[in-house]
Design a protein around this ligand. Structure first.
Ligand code: ARG
Length: 456
């Protein structure tokens, strides 16, 4: 393509080293869409003739067909998808094809193709994320009445409704939906027409091209258009945030399904066995999802590092921008899918879950708050209940199995009305502050969540 300037052939090692077909062949359809819009604009402003445009359109639609049916074999000597498509076009339609690149550079061309590609893939991911959110809502409804331990420091803290637990992940993933929308906003303007970096002396109509490709308008600054990759970072950060969320969810489920916790049962079809130990049922899907989350984060950092020290504007380093991002997008898609399917089928063992509360100590805060309502300063209440807990631990007694006189040795303010509060289910039902774990509050969350999902 640049043979005019050079003496001799490119070294074959350089050809193999610089080609990016493994990264960008998947952009072929987006590249062609961009080229069609560019060509129509070139015709409209009088740079190419109607006849040129007709040939370009015909040629490109044939090429599209060849790409779809797999008969187009790209040539690595032509570096990337953009040059391959253009060379094929010129081979097909001659000089009309050779006019297509007027006013255009691969720098604005690739920036545009990547945006078109991302728009499509982000919308697919939005669907997959919506699917996961629906499953979480359903689980919350199904497990509304199931009570399990809530943890801080992975130490039993207070009893919670499992429905509340599922909703906690619902809200986290819902915020990822906002991040995805932000990523879509970051790619809402069209870089095409920025040229190599400075715009063009040709009378290009960038507004027309942007409209034609479904963008809100053209980007504002040609240098920024070919140099910036924060739009890609935004898309990548959506994946990162999602990955951090699914990874924590997976970690929880792995723990809850372990024999020692044992109140969560993972579906057999989503677990794997051991080649040696016949009794094993391993949560490999959850572990792999957790493992793949590291890759997503690592690749995000990779892209950020690459951009960090780059002089404006385009540098060939940027060709590598697609490698990690595309991988992270597909990992995100596959995890969202498999995780939704797994979650739909999890079962709980309420009896096992209740056994976790056998010492009743998870009710200690309830006792302290009972005292607060009797005007005991909280710090004093905390200490008194702490002493009672200490005594229970030493004596091997259950907090919710004590007689009132035993309690009163530590807490003289206690009355008969404390005893019915020493119950796991009652404890959950009474936590009805806004956003708390009581059934009424969890129902409210679900209603609000379902309402937000309607406009997904
Ligand atoms: N394949 C290149 C990329 O993905 C296209 C841009 C090449 N531009 C250049 N000036 N060499 O970034």
């Amino acid at each position: 393509m640049w043979k005019g300037r050079f003496r001799g052939e490119t070294d074959v090692r350089v050809r193999d080293f610089t080609q990016s077909l493994d990264l960008d062949w998947c952009l072929a359809e987006d590249d062609i869409r961009g080229s069609l819009a560019h060509a129509r604009m070139l015709e409209r402003v009088g740079i190419i003739s109607q006849e040129d445009l007709r040939r370009i359109e015909e040629g490109l639609s044939e090429i599209l067909e060849e790409i779809r049916n797999g008969s187009f074999e790209p040539d690595p000597a032509l570096e990337d998808v953009h040059m391959n498509v253009e060379a094929r076009l010129t081979a097909k339609v001659g000089p009309s094809g050779a006019k297509l690149h007027s006013g255009r550079s691969r720098n604005d061309q690739v920036a545009t193709a990547v945006r078109l590609h991302l728009r499509r893939r982000l919308k697919e991911l939005k669907g997959a994320l919506g699917g996961l959110l629906k499953v979480l809502l359903e689980l919350s409804e199904r497990h509304q009445e199931v009570i399990v331990p809530g943890y801080t420091h992975l130490q039993q803290a207070q009893p919670i409704s499992l429905g509340h637990y599922w909703m906690s992940h619902f809200w986290a993933f819902l915020r990822d939906g906002d991040r995805l929308d932000l990523a879509l906003m970051s790619i809402s303007r069209c870089p095409l027409g920025s040229g190599a970096l400075a715009g063009s002396t040709l009378p290009l109509d960038r507004f027309m091209v942007a409209r034609e490709l479904g963008f809100e308008g053209p980007t504002q600054n040609s240098l920024d258009s070919v140099a910036q990759r924060d739009a890609l970072l935004d898309a990548h950060y959506f994946c990162v945030s999602c990955a951090l969320h699914w990874s924590r969810l997976c970690e929880d489920l792995i723990i809850y399904a372990s024999r020692e916790f044992g109140w969560l049962d993972l579906p057999d079809q989503f677990c794997t066995g051991s080649s040696m130990m016949p009794q094993k049922k391993n949560p490999d899907v959850l572990e792999l999802s957790r493992g793949k989350a590291s890759g997503v984060l690592g690749r995000f950092v990779d892209l950020a590092c690459m951009v960090k020290g780059l002089p404006l504007t385009y540098n060939r380093d940027l060709q590598e921008d697609k490698r990690g991002l595309f991988e992270s997008l597909s990992v995100t898609g596959s995890v969202l899918e498999v995780l939704s399917a797994l979650l739909e089928r999890v079962e709980v063992d309420q009896t096992r879950a209740m056994e976790c509360f056998s010492d009743g100590l998870a009710l200690a805060t309830d006792v302290a708050e009972y005292l607060v309502m009797r005007r005991v300063p909280f710090r004093e209440a905390h200490e008194k209940v702490g002493r009672l807990v200490r005594w229970c631990v030493d004596q091997g007694r259950r907090l919710h199995g004590l007689r009132l006189d035993e309690i009163m040795r530590f807490i003289p303010e206690a009355g008969e009305d404390l005893l019915p509060l020493l119950d796991i289910r009652t404890s959950v039902e009474r936590r009805c502050t806004y956003g708390g774990t009581s059934p009424s509050e969890v129902r409210r969350q679900r209603e609000e969540g379902a309402r937000l999902l309607e406009s997904w």
